[in-house]
Each structure stands twice: as structure tokens, then as C-alpha cells.
Design a protein around this ligand. Structure first.
Ligand code: SAM
Length: 225
């Protein structure tokens, strides 16, 4: 009667822990966001455990049957396409329901994009705030306005389609005093990092078409002297 939340690589398939492989080998069932994506990883590590889909479109409808399996003594692992489930990925609903029904829930430590993006930004990592994806339309501007008052380092997930729009909005709302670090394709072949001002980042991505996955990290405001 145990649910394991198992982080998987965010690009480089070597970024998996021995324990994650061990758990995935030994559970009764693996729930995967996209079974085809996860097969690549499972095949690499010769993991033969049965896999079922669990994604944002079926997480409500499958919840009860999964809880039933857990309650009847099965051990289940939840994985997502990349990184830690429940971090801007499905998982929260199942975790919350499992806890309320007395099921053991363990999250293994492992890959996630936000921590390397924060640490290699070089901005203060003592205190930070993770925003995940910004709302696409409703509430986006007010969210950014609230964030502009934030004194901690800010981490935002962004897609290549919206990054220039977001940077332009950041420039209008935050001004150009903050430093920004943008990592792209962490752990992958075309990994790169931009460091500079918000204005410089807009110039950079207007010249270098944004492709792949991005994490934006914004420095805290400079201390007034
Ligand atoms: N569960 C994942 C985690 O723990 O980081 C996040 C999944 S979310 C659907 C995908 C977003 O995470 C991307 O749009 C990007 O912002 C960020 N991300 C995931 N992998 C990344 C990578 N290799 N490089 C940069 N950003 C990445």
C-alpha cells in the first residue's frame, strides 16, 4: 500500500538514481504521463514493470481505480515525462487523495528543472519562489505585478512560444534593473544559458530564435544603500 513518486531525467537519461531504477523495477505498476516517452527510459534500464497511462486528461477518472489498487496492497510508482511528478506535471491529485486515504506516499529525491536553473543562475538561493508556468491570459498581468514586489529570487517555467512575450512583459512591469538568467535545454545537447539584463535577453532571443525548454530566473532587487 505504497505510492512512490519517482523523478526521471529532464533530458540526459543518465540522470537517474540507482534507487529510482530499483523502485521502478520492484513496484507492481508504473503510472506514466506518456507511456511511449517513458518506454525509452524504461528500456534503457531494462525495466519490465507493467506501465499504465496517467496524465492530466485521465487523472480524475483513474483516481478511484488507482486508490483501489493501492488499498488492496499494490505498490505503485508515478513518473512523468521529465523531472519530478507534481511539479508543473500531474501527480498532486493522486498524492493528496492517497494521503487522505491512509496510503504511504514517498517522493524520491531526483531530477527537476527548477533547482539546477536556480543554482547555476548565481542569484541568491537562500530564499526563492517557484512560480511554475504563468497563467496564459487571465490573471497573467496581475501575477507579474505582484511578483515585481517580490524580494526573493523568482523561478518561472516557460515555453519557447511565449518566452519573448514574457520577457517583454517583464521589462514593462519589472523595469530593467533586475538581472536575469535563462537556461535552455538543461542536460541536453543544445543546453545553453543567457545571463544579463531583461533588455539584453530580449535582444538575444530576437537574434537567436528560442527553441526547446526554458527556465527563467530573476534576481532579487538590488539592496538600496
Ligand atoms: N516536472 C518537471 C520538473 O520537475 O521540472 C517540469 C515539467 S513542465 C511540464 C515542463 C517545463 O519544465 C518546461 O516548459 C521548462 O520550463 C521546464 N523544463 C523541463 N525540462 C527542462 C530542461 N531540460 N531544460 C530547461 N527547462 C526544462
Amino acid at each position: 500500500m505504497t505510492l512512490y513518486i519517482v523523478p526521471t531525467p529532464i533530458g540526459n537519461l543518465l540522470d537517474i538514481t540507482y534507487r529510482a531504477v530499483d523502485v521502478l523495477n520492484n513496484v507492481d505498476l508504473i503510472l506514466a504521463e506518456d507511456t511511449r516517452t517513458s518506454k525509452k527510459l524504461l528500456n534503457k534500464y531494462s525495466i519490465k514493470t507493467r506501465v499504465e497511462s496517467f496524465h492530466s486528461y485521465n487523472e480524475h477518472s483513474k483516481l478511484e481505480s488507482i486508490i483501489k489498487k493501492l488499498k488492496s496492497g499494490n505498490t505503485i510508482a508515478l513518473i512523468s515525462d521529465a523531472g519530478t511528478p507534481s511539479i508543473s506535471d500531474p501527480g498532486f491529485l493522486l498524492i493528496r487523495e492517497s494521503i487522505s486515504r491512509g496510503i504511504n506516499v514517498y517522493c524520491l529525491p531526483g531530477p527537476t528543472a527548477l533547482i539546477p536553473a536556480l543554482v547555476q543562475s548565481g542569484f541568491s538561493s537562500d530564499r526563492f519562489i517557484f512560480e511554475g508556468f504563468l497563467p496564459h491570459k487571465k490573471g497573467r498581468k496581475s501575477r507579474l505585478e505582484n511578483l515585481s514586489e517580490e524580494k526573493r529570487t523568482i523561478i518561472i517555467y516557460e515555453s519557447p512560444y511565449r518566452i519573448i512575450k514574457t520577457l517583454n512583459q517583464l521589462l514593462v512591469i519589472f523595469g530593467n534593473d533586475r538581472k536575469i538568467s535563462i537556461v535552455r535545454e538543461l542536460t541536453k545537447k543544445f543546453e545553453n544559458q543567457f545571463r544579463g539584463s531583461i533588455k539584453e535577453s530580449i535582444n538575444y532571443y530576437n537574434k537567436n530564435l528560442p527553441k526547446g525548454e526554458f527556465v527563467i530566473v530573476i534576481s532579487p532587487p538590488a539592496k538600496k544603500t
